[in-house]
Design a protein around this ligand. Structure first.
Ligand code: PLP
Length: 360
């Protein structure tokens, strides 16, 4: 099938085939990656290569740590304030969709967050201009969700914290490794793996080293960045198989020529789909403002909304699955992460045109 799921999402076929061929016997070790000690030399080579390939891909500066954690991006919503703030500290959230909103609500338990801009009134179809909101003077950090998975809104460049001692933090769960990013603009980047780089169960945190070591006393050991950093992500048993899968994906992205090449492919796929929507004379609609449309998650509706269930059902018959929009927004959503081949998007567009011809 062609799988348009928002996450867990399709992985590159060659990566899955490699994992399959190594499943019972990883490179002559006689063991599956699932059966190895996380402290043995085999797994150490896997996690070290995964980190080094990711550093290469994103050109991560040496003063940043890379952590492979668990608990999903959702756990980071709490870990960030627990590691970076005291209870009274002000922090700012730009809320461009449901995930930014969830991050803000979790932070309310641990520090003093403020929503400095919200797209809610416009149904999360926009990103603010950088002088379009006022920041709190002493905010410890400014938090954004770089790509809102449900609403399909993506930052194309990034705001700068007003506080010279504050840092920018981004949830990049749904556009991680989809394009080059200047890591040095951020204090922390975090992402659940299960959209672009692996299976669920792995959360990647890229953090500037000087921000590590300030966790509050009450911070659970599993949320303390210092503990994970000092132990090279091996304080406790990590999600070994997931990290191995991420490593295979990083290897594949490097083999494709790195993130500049990956971005070009993603831009081409997204353009084909958005053009098809915009050229349908209103039969299909994407509510998101054109300049901030996501390259990864394309939400769209039908002018005749009563046809949406039929669209999804007929698409599934043509082996295009998981096109239903998120329950909170309805309509359709095509998630076209790195692993979605161009041919998959072309097939969807052909189907959309046929569907329109039949129903217009
Ligand atoms: N942030 C974004 C942008 C997401 O898309 C998701 C999940 O879809 C999350 C956070 C939550 O991630 P997790 O389910 O890994 O906790």
């Amino acid at each position: 099938v062609i799988n348009f799921a928002a996450g867990p999402a399709a992985l590159p076929e060659n990566v899955l085939l490699t994992a399959q061929s190594e499943l019972y016997n990883w490179r002559g070790s006689g063991m599956s990656v699932m059966e190895m000690s996380h402290r043995g030399k085999e797994f150490l080579s896997i996690i070290q290569k995964a980190e080094s390939d990711l550093r290469h891909l994103l050109e991560i500066p040496p003063d940043y740590s890379v952590l492979f954690l668990q608990g999903g991006a959702t756990t980071q919503f709490a870990a960030l304030p627990l590691n970076l703030c005291n209870p009274e500290d002000p922090v700012d959230y730009v809320v461009t969709g449901s995930w930014g909103d969830k991050a803000f609500k979790e932070a309310q338990k641990y520090c003093n967050p403020k929503v400095v801009w919200s797209g809610k009134a416009e149904k999360y179809t926009k990103v603010p201009s950088f002088d379009g909101f006022e920041q709190t003077p002493h905010a410890k950090y400014l938090h954004i969700c770089a790509n809102e998975t449900i609403h399909g809104v993506e930052f194309k460049d990034y705001p700068v914290p007003k506080n010279p001692n504050g840092v920018l933090i981004a949830d990049m769960s749904s556009n991680f490794c989809s394009k080059p990013v200047d890591v040095s603009k951020f204090g922390v980047i975090y992402a659940g793996a299960q959209k672009n780089v692996g299976p669920s169960g792995v959360t990647i945190v890229i953090i500037r080293k000087d921000l590590i070591g300030n966790a509050r006393d009450v911070t659970p050991v599993m949320l303390d960045y210092k503990i994970h950093d000092e132990n090279s992500s091996l304080y406790n048993t990590p999600p070994c198989f997931g990290i191995y899968m991420c490593g295979l994906v990083f290897d594949d992205l490097l083999a494709q020529g790195g993130l500049k090449e990956v971005e070009k492919k993603n831009q081409r796929k997204a353009k084909i789909l958005y053009d098809a929507i915009d050229e349908s004379r209103g039969f299909f609609r994407c509510p998101v403002e054109k300049s901030v449309r996501s390259l990864m998650n394309v939400p769209f509706t039908l002018e005749k909304s009563e046809l949406e269930a039929e669209f999804i059902k007929e698409a599934a018959k043509e082996k295009m699955v998981q096109l239903k929009g998120h329950r909170s927004v309805g309509g359709m959503r095509a998630s076209i992460y790195n692993a979605m081949p161009l041919a998959g998007v072309e097939k969807l567009v052909t189907f959309m045109k046929e569907f329109q011809a039949r129903h217009a």
